[in-house]
Design a binder for this molecule. Structure first.
Ligand code: AMP
Ligand code: MG
Length: 329
């Protein structure tokens, strides 16, 4: 398939140019587009054949559900059977933004979107390009991250293109994604909000709105989402999480690199140092980018600082530990 590229300025999205991409979605095509979290690979949520193409383009296992993206809060009623009060409060507080809410799936929403589950996950992005595309397409857009299954999610046009070129109809170049890790996923189908995937909206944020909340999913005994068992975020390089950076010594290996905050640059000694900036949000914005950069630079082993388990650090830890296959040194 020949892929077309459309460059859009995110500060002033050109609607005429985005219309072409929206028409493609309406026709059942695939469009990769930037969001504030990572690049997404989108198709019309209500078009079963189009959604099927997402799984093929990514090589995604068919039991890993997709998130549907909407441009306005009211559109949630097209996808969800019922919206509990606490879910409404979360939407008011954090939409558009990096929060995906799981609700009961409405009849008429193809089961393939949810990998057969009776739930549906919905997010309203804050990114101007994503929102304009969704609005112009007049539907909900099912969109997982626009990477080949198992690879780190793309946070730049170049990285999106590397994985999706020839596999999708259109890739929209809207620059870099500001958050850099995927949305928080919260299950609102039960009594208590349950975070199935940590992201920029934290457990504290959810408790501040709902008065309750907890981590679940892979943190619980029985994973609620089958997709959680798969390999994730793996570059070609071997990744190790560094739990105690203060006492860490770079092993004498050729082709090694260290990802850490600037204040630890000296720990890389004469090996390659990749800056994670100076805060957890800097680190989140760069993690996937740097894992892919390591491959481009021919790095064989990446050592990456494991941040503290709080705030955005929880989301970084979750992604990094998956990249590292759980290996912490
Ligand atoms: P991705 O869009 O690639 O970041 O993957 C979406 C992730 O959202 C899945 O791997 C699941 O962890 C989660 N997810 C999406 N829909 C559901 C759902 N209906 N129930 C549980 N988890 C979901
Ligand atoms: Mg993904």
């Amino acid at each position: 398939m020949k892929t077309t590229y459309i460059k859009i300025n995110p500060t002033a999205p050109d609607e005429a140019a985005l219309k072409e991409a929206a028409e493609c979605i309406k026709r059942g095509g695939l469009v990769a587009f930037p969001t504030e979290t990572v690049y997404g690979l989108g198709a019309d949520s209500f078009n079963e054949a189009a959604v099927k193409k997402i799984y093929i383009a990514k090589g995604r296992p068919s039991d890993n559900p997709l998130i549907s993206h909407i441009a306005h809060i009211d559109e949630v009623s097209r996808l969800a059977e019922f919206v509990p009060e606490d879910a409404k409060k979360l939407m008011e507080a954090y939409w558009g933004g990096p929060l995906t809410i799981i609700l009961k799936r409405k009849a008429g929403v193809p089961g393939i979107v949810s990998a057969g589950l009776d739930t549906v996950s919905v997010r309203m992005p804050s990114h101007s390009v994503a929102n304009t595309l969704i609005r112009l397409s007049g539907t909900a857009i099912a969109a997982p991250s626009a990477n080949l299954s198992g690879s780190p999610s793309p946070t730049t046009f170049e990285h999106c293109k590397k994985d999706m070129d020839g596999r999708v109809d259109i890739i929209i170049d809207g620059g870099e994604c500001s958050i850099g890790v995927e949305s928080t996923v919260v299950d609102m189908t039960g009594e208590i909000p349950v975070i199935l995937r940590p992201g920029a909206v934290t457990l504290e944020d959810i408790i501040s709105v709902c008065g309750k909340g907890m981590f679940g999913g892979e943190y619980a005994d029985a994973p609620k989402c089958p997709g959680m068992k798969y390999v994730h975020y793996s570059p070609d390089a071997e990744v190790f999480a560094v739990g105690d950076i203060d006492n860490f010594e770079m092993p004498p290996e050729e082709g090694a690199a260290l990802i850490a905050y600037d204040k630890y640059a000296h720990k890389a000694k004469n090996y390659k140092f990749y800056s994670a900036g100076s805060s957890d949000s800097d680190y989140a914005a760069r993690l996937f980018y740097l894992l892919r950069k390591a491959d481009e630079d021919g790095i064989k082993t990446v050592y990456a600082l494991l941040p503290e388990n709080k705030g955005m650090g929880t989301a970084i830890r979750n992604r990094l530990l998956k990249s590292a296959g759980g290996r912490v040194i």
